[in-house]
Design a protein around this ligand. Structure first.
Ligand code: AMP
Length: 289
């Protein structure tokens, strides 16, 4: 497994592989890897000849009062985990290499970035779409895998690639959960056992919405009242949003139908300050195919 820091070296690696006829699948991450990330690596290995992972805690997608400094990091552990997967190269640049002096370009998807997380994190998605555009130009992949855990991010990246004719196929991968239903996240490392119990408010809210809808409660306003009460019954939780939206446009849904996704963002008390957790899922069972 090669570990590459410099964008031009990564491009040279990718070009050499392309010349030898190999296809590359990119898996972008911010590190502190867990089973969810590793599941993305395995998916990627089945899609192309070579997997390239990127590991970069991208400063431009964090707002001024967010957890950039508290974001968990452990480079050596991450490398050890990736070595056990079929990962051919890791692109792990420093912020200076990605944003050298004079950098001033921003890539922004307009409408989709205004919903959900975009409301409380106004700079987040332009940071994401800018860095992902750079990663595509540096790693030159045929395919890139993103987790459905970051549901809005995935919708925005699909839009970016379509709008800009970027020749990368985007593959979404289902949410990987702990045995008790908690969606895996690097930020879970900032929870102690009590906080972790409160973190279950998200996945159980999703279950509650599904049960209620299965019993015929399709009004999202009525469901929202139940969900709010449910989430607040866990100590130390504060809801950023609990929204029923269309799976592609992210526009609010009034009544649940097969396109409706419940998207959740909840602050829970953490070891050192509040931790913002997200989760989502379709409310109605998905038809196969
Ligand atoms: P992050 O390191 O949090 O930026 O995540 C890197 C990639 O892994 C993103 O595409 C995430 O959506 C994905 N990811 C993170 N957690 C999970 C999870 N529990 N299940 C599936 N994908 C995930």
């Amino acid at each position: 497994m090669e570990i590459i820091q410099k964008p031009e070296e990564m491009q040279a690696w990718a070009r050499a592989k392309a010349r030898s006829g190999a296809t590359i699948c990119l898996v972008p991450t911010m590190g502190f890897l867990h089973e969810g990330h590793l599941s993305l690596m395995r998916r990627a290995a089945g899609l192309c000849d070579l997997v390239a992972a990127s590991l970069f805690v991208n400063p431009t997608q964090f707002g001024p009062n967010e957890d950039l400094d508290r974001y968990p990091r452990d480079f050596e552990r991450d490398m050890a985990l990736l070595r056990q997967e079929k990962v051919a190269a890791v692109f792990a640049p420093t912020p200076d290499l990605m944003y050298p002096q004079g950098f001033q370009t921003e890539v922004r998807v307009k409408e989709l970035a205004t919903h959900l997380c975009g409301k409380s994190r106004p700079v987040h998605f332009s940071g994401v779409t800018t860095v992902v555009s750079k990663l595509f130009n540096i790693v030159l992949p045929e395919v890139a895998v993103f987790g459905e855990k970051d549901f809005q991010q995935l919708a925005i990246i699909r839009r970016l690639v379509a709008d800009m004719n970027i020749p990368v196929r985007i593959v979404g991968h289902p949410i990987v959960r702990e045995a008790d239903g908690l969606a895996m996240s690097s930020r879970n490392a900032n929870l102690n056992p009590t906080n972790r119990a409160a973190a279950l408010s998200l996945s159980t809210a999703l279950q509650l919405a599904r049960t209620q809808a299965a019993q015929g409660q399709m009004s999202t306003a009525e469901l929202a009242v139940l969900l709010e009460r449910h989430i607040h019954s866990f100590a130390g939780t504060a809801i950023d949003y609990a929204s029923f939206v269309d799976c592609e446009t992210l526009e609010p849904a009034e009544m649940v139908d097969e396109r409706t996704v419940l998207a959740l963002a909840v602050f829970v008390e953490g070891k050192a300050g509040k931790v913002r957790l997200i989760d989502n899922g379709y409310v109605l069972p998905r038809q196969e195919g």
